[in-house]
Ligand binder design. Structure first.
Ligand code: C2E
Ligand code: CA
Ligand code: CA
Length: 394
């Protein structure tokens, strides 16, 4: 696990040494009739012969994992290192060696995805999922190249001003006529390094539409753009990129608010802190998305300046029936206000929720209660026709 990081931190000579020690250890857990091989940079394979059942494999694999919990000492450095293990049994005469290795790899990635330092047996389901994802990746790459994604916009309503002053841009993908949810393809875009291109497309497209809206007289509208942690440049020299796109479209940084989840605020080798400070200094605002669902650390709030806190819709959904959720929502609102941040409630669907949130003095409301996300062509008439009190009556 994370061999690349170890190499980056301690250097290649150290990494080589660790590989040698790893093979020695692996060999000590198997019989002389079994084989241990290094099959890629940081990949090893063990071939076990004459295995009666899966329990025997489990025993061996557990021995390996437990064995690796003992630290390595290399060049006077003590290092803990874990493994992710994929297991496939040769039980049918259909598989050849290549097919078997591929299945083992699929199972290994499954173990990695379930948090590393563990093992997974190959299942057909895993392969189907892997194939489906690979297929989506190919389609998504094509769609991006042809700029065939689209963007819809959901209003964010100010409770105090009783007006709409923001829209959140949300990407949409129709894959050969079938809508794929962003919940499904954003992780694929992240995994296969398509997210940067996707994010640039959404930002450019949103800028074009916002510019149009402003030219129609809606000068104070701000667009919120979602950003995944994988879009944060590794290199500080690329920090200006988003600002460049905004300015290229004749907009000001203050016209755009970037929405980031808590994980994007975590200390990381990516230069997130520097980036957010630069964006804010330029005039952009920052919203903390899905608040309360990530590995929250309130210290991020102190370290990284955010302007808005968006309460995750899972808390809003049950706040009228679940007492705990109600308390959490009111606590988040109170805390945000005390810290001088504005609060947005997401996923507001009922007048009951709106009433509770208004009583708690939540600043902004977003959700199907006011409107589903809509295509850009509808924004101007939506703004013209919008009436807060009328929305309440319906
Ligand atoms: P999110 O940022 O939390 O966006 C809000 C999601 O809640 C959207 O789902 C929106 O359509 C949905 N929603 C809004 N109001 C309601 C409501 O009243 N009830 C319910 N049940 N749902 C509501 P969507 O569009 O499917 O997007 C899902 C997620 O995908 C987003 O969650 C965001 O994390 C990600 N995403 C969407 N567009 C982009 C993008 O351009 N870039 C990146 N990096 N991520 C994006
Ligand atoms: Ca969002
Ligand atoms: Ca959200």
């Amino acid at each position: 696990d994370l061999f690349k990081e170890i190499n980056d931190i301690y250097g290649h000579a150290f990494g080589d040494e660790l590989l040698i020690e790893t093979s020695k250890r692996l060999k000590s857990y198997v019989k002389g009739t079994d084989s241990v091989a290094r099959i890629s940079g940081d990949g090893f394979a063990i071939l076990l012969n004459n295995i009666e059942n899966d329990d025997v494999i489990k025993d061996i694999v557990t021995r390996v994992l437990v064995g690796f919990s003992k630290a390595f000492t290399i060049k006077n450095t003590v290092l803990h290192c874990t493994l992710s293990i994929g297991i496939v049994t040769f039980s049918s005469d259909k598989d050849d060696a290549g097919e078997l290795m591929k299945k083992g790899e699929t199972a290994m990635y499954n173990a990695k995805d379930s948090g590393r330092n563990s093992f997974s047996f190959f299942t057909q389901d895993m392969q189907n999922t892997a194939r489906h994802q690979l297929n989506l990746k190919h389609q998504l790459r094509k769609t991006l190249k042809n700029r065939q994604l689209s963007v819809v916009y959901q209003p964010v309503v100010s409770v105090i001003k009783e007006e709409v002053n923001k829209f959140e841009a949300l990407v949409r993908w129709s894959n050969n006529g079938e809508w794929v949810s962003p919940m499904e393809f954003i992780p694929i875009a992240e995994e296969f390094s398509l997210i940067i291109e996707l994010g640039e497309f959404v930002l450019s497209e949103a800028c074009i539409q916002l510019k149009k809206l402003k030219s129609q007289g809606f000068n104070d509208i701000v667009f919120n753009i979602n950003r995944s942690i994988y879009e944060i440049p590794l290199n500080q020299s690329e920090n200006d990129h988003w600002l460049t796109i905004i300015e290229l479209h004749g907009l000001k940084p203050s016209d755009i608010c970037f929405e980031l989840t808590e994980s994007a605020l975590a200390p990381d080798k990516r230069n997130n802190e520097v980036l957010f400070n630069q964006l804010r200094a330029a005039g952009c605002t920052i919203a903390l998305d899905d608040f309360g669902t990530g590995y929250s650390s309130l210290s991020y709030l102190r370290r990284i300046p955010v302007d808005y806190i968006k309460i995750d819709q899972s808390f809003i959904a049950d706040m009228s029936t679940n007492h705990e959720d109600n308390i959490i929502v009111s606590a988040i609102i109170a805390m945000s206000k005390a810290l001088g941040k504005k609060v947005v409630a997401e996923g507001v669907e009922t007048s009951e929720q709106l009433k509770l949130l208004t009583e708690l003095e939540c600043d902004f409301i977003q959700g199907y209660y006011f409107s589903k996300p809509m295509v850009a062509e509808k924004l101007a008439s939506y703004l013209t026709d919008f009436s807060y009190s009328h929305s309440l009556e319906n």
